[in-house]
Design a protein around this ligand. Structure first.
Ligand SMILES: Cc1cc2nc3c(=O)[nH]c(=O)nc-3n(C[C@H](O)[C@H](O)[C@H](O)COP(=O)(O)OP(=O)(O)OC[C@H]3O[C@@H](n4cnc5c(N)ncnc54)[C@H](O)[C@@H]3O)c2cc1C
Length: 468
């Protein structure tokens, strides 16, 4: 049997993070009509942070949260847990889409992360947070050059970055593929266990009086004179306001559907490593989250019980028509490719077994960061589309969402980041053709030392490129 098939043979299709002994009971679905002030649709980080921040601003707010499956089912319980303060993916992407706001967005991102961590402490949420910074690694000379240029730029900007030559980077994480590395450490970024975070937030908002109904998908909404009416399978909810926190999942509102596309990402996790394996990769000491310095990057990290969780790479996929169904979720070829790339990076771990494989949908916007919006005369708002970097940014997205609904609006609503109208994705087949061409062009650029071809240059020209 081929080594990658063998390594995956006993894995189960389930996010590693969901496979926890303290996974909370799923709460009962809503089975009779209800009323509330604010209805939150979606029990991922955005919905959870929105409920928590609103309760802190207005303790008597009467909030219902409905979640189609269970809290943490979506991207929030499936991500890599790489906790980064960036709100718009990269500083370049901020500058590109919101000229003149780069520094302000960076500052707000940092404050958001500080408050995030303070909230974990305040409510005693054990999300296995580790403040370990992020290591970006280069595996060929072109990447080294590109990474060095980024390093110089960040250093000149005053960021806390460290440059590692080949020997130094391998002391931190020992892969024979690494030629150099850059550590970004702003004193707050690091790692979390995403499901523990989601469930910790769930417990906290329940304790603050938020009512949560799981297994309760929203099917449609209706504007009434006084407020809004939300329809679920067995009940309807009369409310003053609604926050849509449904991210990549299909939403009844066309404005939301048009602004994002669902992109599938595939991940695997190993069994806990033994001491010999840990010694062979040197990673246990610093435990940084790692990404490689290319367009189609991998992201990988140690877990609190010394497994490696590994995701991303060249096989992220957008399926024609924006599929979000489970038919494409458990794709053996994609997991085998991940497995092969894992062992190319860490050949010394050959023989290690993968216990979990899973996939999830990333909500991608044409600006490569979150998309806020408001409609129905200020009664419905949304915060979606974090494009793969939402662990920290969802807290800020949730804040924008509740402020757009009129809860203590602040000057963040004046930012272009909030006000600029997002460019919608085109209808099919254009969306599929565009994304597929871009995916191939990005992979080709990676093979050509980062040099962009005509297609990527054209996207840049129209401000549609991923400016990282
Ligand atoms: C595989 C993967 C890896 C990632 N890795 C990272 C990472 O390492 N770092 C990082 O910063 N970000 C990462 N991300 C992105 C990050 O996980 C997301 O940006 C973030 O979790 C989005 O949270 P959310 O609450 O907006 O969406 P979700 O967590 O997707 O929550 C939306 C919820 O809404 C519910 N819902 C949908 N429709 C309805 C409806 N009609 N009625 C009721 N409920 C509904 C869904 O069931 C779901 O639970 C990753 C994402 C994926 C998929």
């Amino acid at each position: 049997m081929e080594f990658k098939v063998e390594a995956l043979k006993d894995s189960k299709y389930m996010p590693l993070w969901h496979d926890a002994s303290n996974k909370p009971e799923t709460l009962p679905a809503l089975d009779k009509d209800a009323k509330c002030e604010l209805l939150i649709v979606g029990g991922g980080f955005t919905g959870l942070w929105a409920a928590l921040q609103l309760k802190e601003r207005k303790p008597d707010a009467d909030i219902i949260m409905i979640e189609a499956t269970f809290v943490g089912y979506g991207a929030s319980g499936r991500n890599g847990g790489m906790f980064e303060s960036l709100l718009a993916h990269t500083a370049n992407n901020s500058e590109y889409h919101f000229p003149g706001e780069k520094d302000r967005i960076e500052e707000l991102g940092f404050i958001n992360s500080k408050e995030f961590v303070a909230t974990l402490e305040k409510y005693d949420i054990d999300a296995h947070y580790e403040q370990v910074g992020n290591l970006r690694v280069a595996t060929d000379q072109d990447q080294v050059k590109d990474l060095k240029a980024t390093y110089e730029k960040l250093k000149a900007h005053g960021d806390n970055v460290k440059w590692f030559n080949q020997e130094e980077v391998r002391e931190r994480v020992n892969s024979e593929t690494y030629l150099a590395g850059m550590l970004e450490d702003n004193g707050v970024d690091g790692l979390v266990d995403p499901a523990q975070l989601a469930w910790g937030l769930k417990k906290t908002i329940l304790s603050l009086g938020v009512k949560i109904y799981e297994g309760t998908p929203l099917s449609k909404i209706k504007d009434t004179d006084n407020g809004m009416l939300a329809f679920c399978e067995n009940a309807k909810i009369e409310c003053d306001k609604i926050l849509m926190a449904t991210n990549a999942f299909p939403n009844p509102m066309s404005q939301i559907r048009k602004s994002i596309i669902p992109v599938w990402d595939y991940a695997i996790a190993t069994e806990p490593l033994n001491q010999e394996q840990l010694d062979s990769i040197n990673w246990g000491k610093y435990r940084h989250g790692v990404v490689n310095n290319i367009n189609m990057f991998h992201y990988y990290r140690m877990t609190h019980d010394n497994r490696i969780s590994w995701g991303g790479g060249g096989h992220v996929m957008y399926y024609f028509g924006g599929r979000t169904d489970q038919g494409v979720a458990d794709d053996q070829n994609r997991f085998e490719t991940s497995c092969q790339e894992f062992f190319e990076t860490f050949p010394q771990l050959k023989g290690v077994k993968f216990t979990h494989r899973w996939s999830g949908i990333i909500a991608s916007s044409t600006r490569f960061c979150m998309v806020p919006g408001v409609a129905h005369r200020g009664k419905v708002a949304w915060a979606v589309g974090y494009t793969g970097l939402g662990v920290a940014a969802t807290r800020f997205g949730a804040r924008i969402g509740i402020e757009l609904l009129g809860y203590e609006p602040s000057n963040i609503l004046d930012l272009m980041f909030v006000k600029k109208k997002v460019l919608n994705w085109p209808p099919e087949p254009l969306a599929w053709i565009g994304v597929t061409l871009t995916r191939h062009a990005m992979a080709r650029a990676d093979r050509n030392g980062g040099r962009k071809g005509l297609w990527l240059k054209m996207l840049d020209y129209f401000n549609l490129g991923f400016a990282c």
